[in-house]
Design a protein around this ligand. Structure first.
Ligand code: AMP
Ligand code: MG
Length: 338
């Protein structure tokens, strides 16, 4: 089930990215492509050029993504898991890199009034959208898990380099920011290898570096949340990251109601009011964290945050299917007829 969903997302991602990065008739660009199943999805790396150096760079990206996964995974054994294992027991020294990422997550929580909350772990585990078979939990269980969520309780001590979750059962889940971080790391690796033109698609979260070929940017599509094979808008992705949070990515329906994986930390239930949010930002961490946060906040408050964040634009599809775009976004998101 998990693999099927991942495979589906991947195929959708590939088809969209291919279509939109003009994998079509007149395309003479030399592209090296490789794909891996990692970070709970399929990752496709496309580097312009060919030859051993290009392949080496792509392999180095894969190694770096695997390293980030080992650091941040919620489900597999990881450095993050070591912090969670010690909840209510003792502080943990997770190393500078993870400390910094948790700190950024807490900053995002602060800026978004807790709509983005990295301590959502107990709810993630209860709803189990990343596992095989998510079902509607009992209301009491949702309340119990919600009581264990709260970013303000995380004790991060920058001086001693430790993180302490003060209550048993608390846990950090960086699922809403880790892929964005991985894309930022991938960019750094590619730059080190002298690569200036590449596209990395991590399950629909995409980094575009440089141009695909002279005069031709990488182009990426935004899926229609209710018909994911259709595209509602297209974006030129030159030296930017695009991330979408959608209610169609991981979900089930019960009694005609859709339950999906983006949770409102205040209620413990899936956030309502939005079908999808797409953020374009200069970096992956900003794009990923903000997409989740403004999904929870909805277009009203969400657009305010986007407007006040430099270099960031957003594209909302609300629960009635209406599109709302940030003021600078009209130039970036080329809408297609719906
Ligand atoms: P994304 O697809 O980037 O929006 O991230 C969704 C994932 O982040 C979920 O699968 C959970 O693991 C986690 N998550 C869900 N709701 C939240 C939230 N409100 N704040 C932070 N992380 C969340
Ligand atoms: Mg996110």
């Amino acid at each position: 089930m998990r693999l099927n969903r991942a495979l589906f997302n991947w195929l959708m991602g590939i088809s969209l990215v291919c279509l939109l990065s003009s994998c079509v008739g007149d395309d003479k660009a030399q592209l090296y492509r490789t794909t891996r199943l990692m970070m709970g999805t399929f990752v496709e790396i496309t580097v312009a050029g060919n030859g051993p150096k290009v392949k080496e760079a792509a392999q180095a990206v894969i190694a770096e993504l695997a390293r980030v996964e080992k650091l941040t995974s919620f489900h597999q054994s990881s450095a993050l898991g070591a912090i969670n294992d010690k909840a209510g027991v003792a502080p943990v020294s997770p190393g500078e890199e993870l400390l910094k990422l948790v700190n950024t997550s807490l900053d995002t929580a602060r800026k978004t009034s807790g709509a983005f909350d990295p301590t959502v772990g107990p709810l993630s585990r209860l709803w189990n959208f990343s596992g095989g078979d998510p079902t509607l939990p009992d209301r009491q269980d949702v309340q119990r898990a919600t009581a264990k969520v709260g970013w303000k309780r995380v004790a991060l001590d920058a001086e001693t380099g430790t993180i302490f979750l003060p209550h048993e059962g608390m846990s950090l889940d960086l699922g809403a920011i880790a892929k964005g971080y991985a894309l930022d790391r991938a960019k750094e690796v590619l730059t080190k290898y002298g690569v200036s033109s590449a596209l990395i698609n991590a399950g629909g979260d995409v980094l575009g570096m440089g141009l695909k070929q002279p005069g031709k940017p990488w182009r990426v599509g935004i899926q229609d949340p209710r018909n994911p094979r259709d595209i509602v808008a297209v974006v030129d992705l030159t030296d930017r990251v695009i991330v979408t949070s959608g209610d169609y990515e991981r979900f089930f329906t019960k009694d005609g109601k859709r339950y999906h994986h983006i949770l409102d930390p205040r209620t413990g239930y899936p956030a309502r009011g939005v079908q999808s949010v797409t953020i374009v930002a200069p970096d992956g961490v900003t794009a990923d964290a903000l997409a989740t946060a403004v999904f929870v906040l909805g277009p009203g408050q969400g657009l305010e945050i986007i407007e006040s964040t430099p270099g960031v634009e957003g594209f909302f599809i609300d629960s009635s299917g209406e599109v709302r775009v940030s003021s600078g976004g009209t130039e970036i998101f080329e809408t297609r007829g719906r």
